[in-house]
Design a protein around this ligand. Structure first.
Ligand code: MSP
Length: 480
């Protein structure tokens, strides 16, 4: 049986439509899923929507809709956007699904039976934007730094999970890379968290109606983060059929840096308590700003990925998003730069290479298969570099490797000036040059597949067929 690869994105809050931040994680996950499928691994790629809690009730109220009706609508927008971006997820989970709710109940009962849940009074400052309690020292001018909102003081009697019991064991697990946290500076950050005081965390809410009821106490609902994390179990039908046996444990959780603590501490501790295998890897990517500003509704700079698709097309959008800055680092995205990059890398780079190749090929037939040894060696070195980049989740670097090759062949055409050979009827030489570009393009296509699947397919078709008229790929566009 082939290897399996169980890959997840966070499930996204449905308080608002999908934006470029969500698309960033999802496109990256899709590239990884496609890469592993090409390696003949049995991939299960899970994504979905997080639909309970205060934040969602507030948004539904604002929209004058019932929570479920509101969730149905926004969840559908996520699905549509992922379809528009050609995201090849295997399952889309919603936390309002009956099946998920059943799993959450089952998990909570297990934890309760294990004796790691207790009831206690809690008082704290709750930010509905973050859906978590904040410490006073985390606020600036009494406001949450992420949501510019004053958190509400909440005093409740809640159920708690005895997180502290698992901390020493978990610290060792992370130190020894049994859960591999990447990039390394994020692992250091997590280990740093263990030096601070980490308390037990509450797993229920008394006054949040919109949620899954605690099975043994219907006056409380499950804390939205506990509900959400369990999606990684219910998404593969936990303990119900062979899907769970086949795919568990998670091979890769792909997350943004804002939700590090939930995934690297709370979630693994819950799994330890449940005697379930831990995730193998957690990759934490950075955050981007748009034109050097945080993306926010109040600034009016929230980018809808669908607008980019309309402007650039699907594959170009996928390419442009991942080619801005290294995956894992923070960076900035500017719409003006996206358009410039489109023209430079896609119209003048990849598009130009293919169009020139097809133009010349029209004039001569490829017969010979006569690759020089030097070329062959280069290819294997190139593929190794690409593989290594993928192993380290360096998607940006993998793209650089491909574009290096594209620019090599564009320069090769300039240098060899095949149009002169055509004029002088030096067809033997011409065939050799064309053959080299043909092989180069085939390799480029292969490396492009996870990133730009439709483009790769189209180029492949063009390489196979003797197309009469040139196919123009990525014609130049104007800036925004
Ligand atoms: N619902 C929780 C996750 C639960 S997972 C069990 C949540 N949802 S979210 O809708 O807020 O989406 C968060 C994810 O979107 C972050 O992890 C992050 O990956 C991504 N991003 C949101 N804005 C972003 C940027 N500006 N830049 C990069 N990624 C961003 O948290």
């Amino acid at each position: 049986m082939s290897n399996k690869f169980y890959l997840t994105t966070p499930i996204y809050y449905v308080n608002d439509k999908p934006h470029l931040g969500h698309a960033y994680t999802t496109i990256a996950a899709d590239v990884l899923a496609r890469y592993h499928r090409l390696k003949k691994e049995e991939v299960f790629f899970l994504t979905g929507t997080d639909e309970h809690g205060t934040k969602i009730i507030e948004a539904a109220e604002k929209a004058n809709k019932k929570p479920k009706e509101f969730c149905d609508q926004i969840s559908q927008e996520f699905k549509k956007t992922w379809q528009n971006l050609n995201i090849s997820y295997d399952y889309f989970i919603r936390t309002t699904d009956k099946k998920h709710q059943k799993t959450v109940e089952k998990i909570l009962l297990k934890l309760e039976k294990k004796g790691v849940i207790y009831k206690s009074k809690y008082k704290g400052l709750y930010c509905s934007g973050c859906e978590k309690f904040l410490k006073r020292k985390e606020l600036i001018d009494n406001l949450c730094i992420f949501h510019q909102k004053e958190p509400k003081e909440i005093s409740e009697e809640n159920y708690f999970f005895s997180l502290k019991e698992y901390l020493p064991q978990l610290k060792k697990i992370i130190e020894k890379n049994k859960i591999k946290i990447l990039p390394p500076e994020r692992k250091a950050e997590v280990l740093g968290l263990f030096k601070q005081k980490i308390g037990n965390f509450s797993i229920s809410r008394e006054k949040v109606e919109w949620g899954i009821k605690i099975p043994w106490d219907k006056s409380q609902t499950v804390y939205v983060w506990v509900d959400a994390l369990i999606n990684y179990l219910s998404g593969i039908e936990y303990s119900e059929n062979s899907k769970f046996d086949r795919y568990w444990p998670v091979d890769l959780h792909l997350i943004g840096k804002d939700i590090l603590k939930f995934h690297t501490i709370y979630w693994p501790a819950m799994l330890l308590a449940l005697d379930l295998e831990l995730p193998r890897q957690i990759f934490v990517h950075g955050y981007f700003t748009v034109d050097d500003q945080k993306m926010s509704k109040s600034l009016g700079n929230v980018v809808d990925p669908n607008d980019l698709i309309r402007k650039f097309g699907i594959d170009a959008t996928r390419y442009l998003i991942l080619s801005q800055f290294p995956f894992g680092a923070d960076g900035d995205i500017s719409l003006k730069r996206l358009a410039e990059k489109y023209n430079a890398d896609l119209a003048n780079g990849l598009g130009n290479l293919l169009n020139r190749f097809l133009g010349i090929r029209e004039k001569c037939k490829i017969k010979r298969i006569n690759l020089s040894k030097r070329n062959e060696r280069k290819r294997t070195k190139l593929q190794k570099k690409y593989e290594k980049a993928f192993q380290n989740f360096q998607l940006y670097e993998a793209l650089l490797i491909i574009w290096d090759r594209i620019s090599y062949f564009n320069k090769y055409i300039d240098k060899k000036a095949p149009w002169i050979l055509i004029r002088e009827k030096k067809l033997d030489k011409l065939e050799e040059i064309l053959y080299n570009i043909h092989i180069g393009l085939k390799e480029i296509v292969f490396l492009l597949k996870p990133f730009m699947p439709q483009t790769a397919e189209e180029i492949e078709k063009n390489l196979k067929k003797k197309i009469k008229r040139k196919r123009v790929l990525f014609s130049r566009i104007n800036s925004f």
